[in-house]
Design a protein around this ligand. Structure first.
Ligand SMILES: Nc1ncnc2c1ncn2[C@@H]1O[C@H](COP(=O)(O)OP(=O)(O)O)[C@@H](O)[C@H]1O
Ligand SMILES: [Mg+2]
Length: 81
């Protein structure tokens, strides 16, 4: 199956998660397509668990958008002056 915009299962746009002054996720963007396997690798403390916890809503992202099967799960916008 070709990966294209019509078979995106999970879409993440501009996802940020900060714990206080610690920027764990900075502007994460990804598309996961039907039948695609995505592996997130990185050293301990890189933010892998924080990313999955934002996707499954165990953590509240600081800002960004997450869509599952085109349904918007979350959209958090931070407005700064
Ligand atoms: N609830 C939390 N409060 C404060 N800092 C956290 C919290 N959860 C994770 N962190 C910090 O965020 C960073 C990324 O952690 P984590 O997502 O668990 O990394 P990984 O799963 O890649 O090892 C680490 O510096 C960790 O200490
Ligand atoms: Mg982890």
């Amino acid at each position: 199956m070709a990966y294209n915009n019509n078979n995106v299962i999970l879409k993440i746009r501009n996802l940020n998660k900060h714990f206080g002054k610690l920027d764990v996720l900075r502007n994460i963007n990804l598309d996961l397509h039907k039948q695609e396997v995505l592996v997130i690798i990185g050293p301990s403390g890189a933010g892998k668990s924080t990313l999955i916890r934002c996707i499954n809503r165990l953590e509240e992202p600081t800002s960004g958008e997450i869509y599952l099967m085109e349904k918007k799960l979350i959209r958090i916008q931070i407005i700064t002056n």
